[in-house]
Design a protein around this ligand. Structure first.
Ligand SMILES: [Zn+2]
Length: 479
């Protein structure tokens, strides 16, 4: 984009909370069950049923709000947001309108250890989710599943502080990390537990007034958010450049076609006729209760990342990867308790351990490989029992079987051979069997020794200590 224009983006994120039950009834809050099985008169909106507020939803919402540096309202209330849609059996959603649970927070966007931008959080409020419509084009009919009705949500609204599609993606990645660290949500975008809408406008660089904004919905991955916004940036720039005006509208991102499609114009905006929810009392929170929630918050990813660079001397790159998940960061620190060498642990963790996890499609807490296994493996390297090459094999075996590395070494007889008496006969054989390489070496081609070392390694199934073999070979050839 030309520097003449500045991009202005604000995000509205809906996050499903990781509670056992729904927000106003005791139905289970579970994804993927048979349609319309987790329902009751309350979440179906049957006449005469009354909501009861789930305290756990409040706790999780407060955790999110505190982790995002928000001010918690000592007094807030629920409101009815009225609209008619088949996935909403009550014909209203219980939400929070003018008195949200929390306001005025911020999130520091950090990349490679540097602060990119401070993004203000305007508000965070609680509400209930709606059901889900399933459209069958073959059958030319639609189905409705009310299981999601009444699943607790927080909506997190940022100020229009983001300045590029990439920043928007960064924001969401960091938000997700925070919500996972604090156990607020499982943040599975593919299951809809993290959903994001964006408002985007362009203005002349240096201007204070906001341009006309377009809302984009239906972006189902972080990549889609960035792509959808990038598309909208170039579309709007083209309009402005041609002297036109952007029309305020709500659009839907079409991932296959890579374009935004108009859903409704501004004049079709709903009037939700908000009014206070008469069936729920206002929420009055005291400082003691809020303090209790705050004291239970874990160390957050950005802070932990900084601490890892300072305390363990990791590079921002290493620290960012290791703190990308709480489980991985915990695994790293637990390994250090048994093996206090941060650089070595970090190198093996980021290289080989993450490589194996990725190939298995698993997280570190989903395998039987523990910090004790890991520190044991690194100790075997230090004592010379294993070469780097063998350690990789043992790591893989330990990963697949859950056996301790020492056990793997014993069972498979994989220990490195550092005994000269065992190596010398092999070396003699190799020298006898490769006269060409030997004469190359004596003729001054010192690189020929690498070939001979390779032959010894092959005959010992990779178990010979390569440094020792090189030394012994030189001695034999030059002696
Ligand atoms: Zn229910």
């Amino acid at each position: 984009m030309s520097p003449e224009y500045e991009v202005v983006i604000g995000l509205e994120t809906h996050v499903e909370l990781l509670t056992e039950s729904k927000i106003f009834c005791s139905c289970p809050n579970r994804f993927g069950e048979a349609p319309n099985t987790n329902v009751c008169p309350v979440c179906l909106g049957l006449p005469g049923s009354l909501p009861v507020f789930n305290k756990n939803a409040l706790e999780l919402a407060l955790r999110a709000a505190l982790a995002l540096n928000c001010t918690i309202s000592s007094y807030s209330k629920f409101d009815r947001k009225n609209y008619f849609y088949p996935d909403l059996p009550k014909a209203y959603q219980i939400s929070q309108y003018d008195m949200p649970l929390a306001r005025d927070g911020y999130l520091d966007l950090v990349k490679n250890g540097c602060l990119v931008r401070k993004v203000r959080i305007e508000r965070l409020h609680l509400e209930e989710d709606a059901g889900k419509l399933l459209h069958s084009y073959e059958e030319a009919r639609s189905y409705v599943d009310y299981n999601r009705c009444g699943v607790p949500l927080v909506e997190i609204v940022t100020a229009p502080d983001l300045r590029s599609p990439e920043e928007a993606r960064l924001f969401l990645e960091l938000l997700k990390k925070i919500l996972l660290y604090t156990g607020v949500s499982d943040c599975k975008m593919e299951e809809g537990s993290l959903r994001c809408d964006a408002n985007i406008s362009l203005r002349l660089a240096g201007s204070d007034t906001l341009g006309r904004k377009v809302e984009i919905k239906n972006m189902n991955s972080f990549k889609a958010v960035q792509r959808g916004l990038e598309y909208e940036v170039s579309r709007q720039e083209e309009i402005l450049r041609a002297g036109g005006q952007v029309v305020m509208e709500t659009t839907r991102w079409n991932e296959e076609r890579g374009i935004t499609i108009e859903m409704r114009g501004k004049e079709e905006e709903h009037d939700y006729r908000y009014f206070p929810e008469p069936d729920l009392p206002p929420m009055v929170l005291n400082g003691e209760f809020i303090g209790e929630i705050r004291s239970k918050l874990p160390e957050l990813p950005v802070q932990r990342c900084f601490r890892f660079t300072e305390e363990y001397g990791l590079t921002p790159y290493q620290a960012e990867i290791i703190t990308s998940s709480k489980n991985l960061a915990d695994f790293f620190e637990e390994t250090l308790e048994h093996y206090p060498q941060p650089q070595k642990v970090s190198n093996w963790l980021i290289g080989d351990v993450l490589g194996l996890l990725n190939s298995m499609g698993k997280e570190i807490n989903q395998v039987t490989f523990t910090p004790l296994h890991f520190s044991g493996l690194l100790k075997l390297l230090d004592t010379g029992t294993l070469s780097g090459r063998l350690a990789k094999d043992v790591l893989e075996e330990s990963f697949l079987t859950g056996k301790h590395p020492e056990e793997v070494v014993q069972e498979k007889g994989l220990a490195q051979i550092s005994d000269e008496q065992k190596l010398l006969p092999v070396i003699d054989d190799v020298i006898k069997g490769n006269p060409n390489a030997v004469s190359d070496y004596s003729g001054g081609n010192k690189k020929a020794i690498a070939f001979l070392v390779g032959q010894v390694m092959q005959r010992t199934r990779g178990q010979a200590n390569p440094q020792l073999v090189t030394g012994l070979l030189k001695k034999q050839l030059e002696g």
